[in-house]
Structures are given as structure tokens and as C-alpha cells.
Design a protein around this ligand. Structure first.
Ligand code: M6R
Length: 605
């Protein structure tokens, strides 16, 4: 989704800004731009193509400057055309880049029109540009602080004004923004990653903060308009660009990285201990009587899977909610419930808002299961467990999902142990099974050639049904999401027992029905569901554990999973579904890593 970079320096910073945008490309965008103060005037270049095209433009036009801002835009208000691309100008004196959505932009636009401001774009951002301009009386920092008082909604902004050639002002509310500190130069970005190579010292701005960057100084005012100190953190982990290596796409690379990612996420310790979740976890875990899990998309499905583990291993009631729904409904808060947010990025706007909502309702015990140590969610929660998937570039989440599952299984086992529901022998067995997972995953990945053969069939279809039962119903949901997200084939998932209550009407020869068939307590029930589909001429594609005795037959295509993995089986069964979606998308020639209309990090509501 949208990305911001800004810089104040004594050298030409255009290459720093462009490199920053390159590093943010993975988030997804549909236009980009850069503005600098050159010869006392703001000058800009914008593109509705890629950052590489923007780079060519700035080289051709020799755009140079010591103070500048840059942006990748994921369209919300107004189509992805050049006029709507950021930076947006106000009267050729002020330039702004913006992430987020301003909810009261229509009212503000009318007010500003009344003051004689002309609107060129369809963006809500232009409202902020003119608003700050209208409030500017020689002090950009003051004008931005005053303007933010009129804005409703979410934003991270970076602004420059031609009368202050060595100043960039930033503000955040609901969208992330970090300050990068240099020697005689300072930077701003929506993600520390954008500034790798320029600095490793960061200040993570808090909600409502407004900051002013000059060559030697950074000033921050908090939401109450008071000067504030923000900790400076050393973040050295941001290396160079991630390489694709022998893979065709990042998604394929990330699928094959799962044995490593899982191995890095499994705790080293031979016991499940509350301290894995941070200081104070033992006390917090003693005080809770239930869990409330909040997440979006794939992370929500990992929460749904975890519910089975938490209730069966730890015997603790668990409620899992889509974050964007929870935040707007009247729920009955239970302060003894542990609120668990699950997120790859830790910056998903809906999940952050749901967490804040839960906190405002009196939930004090909060835990983030997250892949980014410096993210907003990790900073906002009492406890955290970091997944070690490494950077995930493909918009379709894969290794983040399986590492979340590992983290959540560890949570279930830890709570189960604390509550006296698992024996020492059971604990040792779970640890052993976790440790064997990377090897088991490698055997699943070896199924790729068989899955490629199926994907050719799938690429000619327009619809697909996914079935699973129990623990594997969320895996069917995840398989359907993967397929629709990157191949654009309509796919739905059902708990297999629901088939006869409606979706069976869709089953014809043209409808592939993908079934996840582990050898668990529900196998015989699932076999009956398979027969219901076969009897109606449906084409079944079954991922069956080796010992299920489900055999290839007319209308029944089977790929054997190497081994049955008990409670941890969802972590293995999701992998062939990821590969099926991936290869189907490749056959259809879609942009696998950057599927249409989607962004990696969804930082707007
Ligand atoms: O960063 P998060 O895990 O909070 O993101 C949540 C969803 O936006 C994300 O999982 C999305 O559904 C993926 N594109 C699915 O592959």
C-alpha cells in the first residue's frame, strides 16, 4: 500500500528517495512520484508505471535537490492517473505526500473552495495540501500542527514548503511513520526498511505526533501539542534488497523457504514456557480465562486454526474475529480475556484499530503474533511472539502463515501446560513433532511436479470449491483465498459437512472440488462428503494422507501427503494448496507477486 520517503540533507537526495521507493515497492502501488525543492521552487516527477520509470524521468530531467519527499500510491480517492499521483502541490508553494484516508475531505474541500483554492486532483490528499497552505504564516511545523486538528481519519504525511528550503514536516495518525536520524541530515519514511543504507537509527512516531526535520535537529510534538521525546532505536537488521535466486517469483521462493522459516520460529527451548511470550507473560497467562483473537485475511485463518488447538490442548475458550468487524460492533468485553492480534506486517490498519478498540474496552492483557519486531502492533501490546519468516515480498502470504501457525501452536501448548492439561510426556512429544516439521515440509514440497500437472487443469476453470473439516476447514479457506488472490479464479471454501446445505447445487463436471483429507477423526465423514460430490459428476482433487485409503478413480484425483502429522497437520496440508494456487496463476500468466488491486501491507481501512 502507499509508502512515504522524505529527506533533508546537504547533498542531492533524489537517489535516496528513489531507492527508498524501490524498497517500498513490495507493498503494492499503482503510481509514484518525487518532489524536491530546486532553485527555491518545488519541482516534481510522477509516473503511473513503476519506480524504474520514475527513476528514468528524474535522470532525463536532471531533477535534483537537497530537500525532498517521495511516494508510492495505492489509489483510494481517484483513479491511478498522473494528476492523482503524489506529491500533490498547493499553489506551487507546498508539496505533500499522504498515506491513509481523510474522512471529512468533502467538508474541508468546500470550505477551501470558498477560500479560493482550486482542486486539480480527485484525491483527499489535495485537501490537506490546501488546508496546510491556508494555515501557513511562515512556520510549516505550526501550520501542520494546526491542520491536523481539522482532519478526521487516518494519515501519515510528509510536507515541504518553498519558503523553508531545509525543512520537512511529518505527522501521523493511524498510519505508520518513522524518523531516520543521520549526521547533518534526517529522513522520514513509512517503514524503516525504506531507509536501509542511509541510517540505522530510528524514532518510531506515536499516534498524533507531528515532527519537524531540519539538517541538525528533529522536533516532535505529541497529540496534545506538547514537545515530546521519542526513543532512538538502533535497527541494524534491515539488509539490502532480497534476491530472487533460482525462483521465478518471490511467492515461489517464500513457499520453499518455509522449512527454514519454521525452523527459525520454533523456540530453542525444550519446554513450553510463558517467558517465550515476553516478560510478565506468566502472570498475564494466570489471570486470563479466555482468548479473543483479532486479525485479517490469511492471519485471520491462522487464528481460526489456532482456536481448535487452544480449545483442545489448553481447554481455554477462544473467540476469533475479523478485525474490521470487531472494531465496529457492540461486543461484550471480558477484561480477563487475552487479546491476541496476528499479523505479518504488524501495521494492518484494521487490526491496529481493533486492538485499540479492545484496549479502550478495558482489555489489558494483549499479545501480538507478528513478523516485524519494530511494528506498531508489537509496540502496542503487552506481550509478543515474533515469527521469523523473514521479509515476505509476495502479496500472497505463505511463510508468514505457517510460522504464525507454529507460534500459535506454541501458545496453545504453553497455556495447556500452565493449566495442567498436558503431561511432561505430551510436552516432549509436541516439541519433537515441532522439530521434525521442517523435514516433513521438505517432503511435501517435493510434491510440486504432481501439483503442476493439476494446475494446468485448474488454469482453464473459472470456479473452484475447497472442502475441509475441523482443523482443516481454515486450511480450505486459506487455499481458496490463495487461488482467488493470485489466479483470479473464483474460489469458495466450505466445511465439508455443509455441502449438502446449499453449495452441492454448484457441483457439475466443470467444478473442481479441492479436498483436504488428513487421516483424522473426521476422515470417514469426509469420505462420505467426497462420495456426495462424485455422485453428482464433480471432479475431486484430494490431498490425502498416505494412510487414508482414498485412491485415484474416475473423477477422483489424489495426491498423497507423505505422512500424517496429527494436530500439526494443517501446517503441512496448506503447502500443496499454496503450490496449486501459485502454479495455476503462473499458467494463467497473472502478476503473481503483485496481483491486481491488492497491496502487501493494508495500512488504510
Ligand atoms: O500483515 P497482515 O498479516 O496483518 O495482513 C493481513 C492480510 O491483509 C493478509 O493476510 C492478506 O489477506 C494476504 N494478502 C493474503 O495472502
Amino acid at each position: 500500500m502507499c509508502g512515504i520517503v522524505g529527506a533533508v540533507a546537504q547533498r542531492n537526495i533524489v537517489s535516496v528517495l528513489i531507492e527508498g521507493l524501490r524498497r517500498l515497492e513490495y507493498r503494492g502501488y499503482d503510481s509514484c512520484g518525487v518532489a524536491v525543492l530546486a532553485g527555491g521552487e518545488p519541482k516534481r516527477a510522477r509516473s503511473v508505471a513503476r519506480v524504474a520509470d520514475l527513476d528514468e524521468q528524474v535522470c532525463e530531467t536532471r531533477l535534483e535537490g537537497v530537500t525532498g519527499i517521495a511516494h508510492t500510491r495505492w489509489a483510494t480517492h481517484g483513479a491511478p492517473v498522473t494528476d492523482n499521483a503524489h506529491p500533490i502541490f498547493s499553489r506551487n508553494e507546498l508539496a505533500i505526500v499522504h498515506n491513509g484516508i481523510i474522512e471529512n475531505y468533502e467538508t474541508l474541500r468546500e470550505m477551501l473552495r470558498g477560500k479560493g483554492y482550486e482542486f486539480i486532483s480527485q484525491t483527499d490528499t489535495e485537501v490537506i495540501a490546501h488546508l496546510i497552505h491556508s494555515l501557513y504564516h511562515g512556520d510549516l511545523f505550526a501550520a501542520v500542527r494546526e491542520a491536523t486538528g481539522h482532519l478526521h481519519g487516518a494519515y501519515a504525511i510528509a510536507v515541504l514548503h518553498k519558503s523553508q528550503p531545509h525543512t520537512v514536516v511529518g505527522a501521523r495518525q493511524g498510519s505508520p511513520l518513522v524518523v531516520g536520524l543521520g549526521e547533518g541530515e534526517n529522513f522520514l519514511a513509512s517503514d524503516a526498511l525504506a531507509l536501509a543504507g542511509s541510517t540505522d537509527r530510528f524514532m518510531f512516531l506515536e499516534e498524533g505526533d507531528v515532527c519537524e526535520l531540519t539538517l541538525e535537529k528533529v522536533r516532535v510534538f505529541d497529540r496534545d501539542g506538547k514537545p515530546a521525546e521519542r526513543d532512538v532505536r538502533q535497527v541494524a537488521a534491515y539488509g539490502g534488497a532480497v534476491e530472487l535466486g533460482p525462483y521465478r517469483h518471490f511467492m515461489q521462493k517464500e513457499i520453499f523457504e518455509q522449512p527454514r522459516a519454521i525452523s527459525d520460529t520454533i523456540p530453542q527451548s525444550d519446554v513450553f514456557d510463558a517467558s517465550l511470550f515476553g516478560e510478565g507473560a506468566a502472570k498475564a497467562f494466570e489471570e486470563i480465562d479466555s482468548l479473543l483473537v483479532l486479525a485479517c485475511g490469511t492471519s485471520y485463518y491462522s487464528g481460526l486454526t489456532a482456536k481448535y488447538w487452544l480449545e483442545s490442548i489448553a481447554k481455554i475458550p477462544t473467540q476469533v474475529e475479523i478485525a474490521s468487524e470487531y472494531r465496529y460492533r457492540d461486543s461484550v468485553p471480558n477484561p480477563k480475556s487475552l487479546v491476541v492480534v496476528i499479523s505479518q506486517s504488524g501495521e494492518t490498519a484494521d487490526t491496529i484499530a481493533a486492538l485499540k478498540h479492545a484496549q479502550s474496552l478495558g482489555h489489558t492483557h494483549t499479545l501480538a503474533v507478528c513478523n516485524v519486531a519494530t511494528s506498531a502492533m508489537v509496540r502496542m501490546t503487552e506481550l509478543s511472539f515474533l515469527t521469523h519468516a523473514g521479509r515476505e515480498i509476495g502479496v500472497a502470504s505463505t511463510k508468514a502463515f505457517t510460522t504464525q501457525l507454529v507460534a500459535l501452536f506454541v501458545l496453545a501448548a504453553t497455556l495447556g501446560k500452565l493449566r495442567g492439561h498436558i503431561s511432561a510426556k505430551q510436552e516432549a512429544d509436541y516439541i519433537r513433532q515441532l522439530r521434525h516439521l521442517p523435514a516433513a515440509l521438505n517432503s511435501v514440497l517435493a510434491l510440486e511436479p504432481q501439483i503442476i500437472a493439476w494446475s494446468e487443469e485448474f488454469s482453464r476453470k473459472e470456479n473452484a470449491l475447497f472442502l475441509g473439516r475441523g482443523l482443516h476447514y481454515p486450511i480450505a479457506l486459506e487455499g481458496a483465498l490463495k487461488l482467488k488472490e493470485i489466479s483470479y479464479i473464483h474460489a469458495e471454501a466450505y466445511p465439508a459437512g455443509e455441502l449438502k446445505h446449499g453449495p452441492l447445487a454448484l457441483v457439475t463436471e466443470a467444478m473442481p472440488v479441492v479436498t483436504v483429507a488428513p487421516n483424522d477423526a473426521l476422515l470417514e465423514k469426509l469420505k462420505s462428503n467426497i462420495q456426495e460430490v462424485r455422485a453428482r459428476g464433480g471432479q475431486l482433487y484430494v490431498f490425502a494422507d498416505a494412510d487414508t485409503k482414498i485412491l485415484n478413480d474416475e473423477g477422483l484425483h489424489v495426491i498423497r501427503m507423505p505422512e500424517h502429522y496429527g494436530l500439526l497437520s494443517p501446517i503441512l496440508h496448506v503447502v500443496p494448496l499454496q503450490l496449486l494456487a501459485y502454479h495455476t496463476a503462473c499458467s494463467r500468466g497473472t502478476d503473481v507477486d503483485k496481483p491486481r488491486n491488492l497491496a502487501k501491507s493494508v495500512t488504510v481501512e
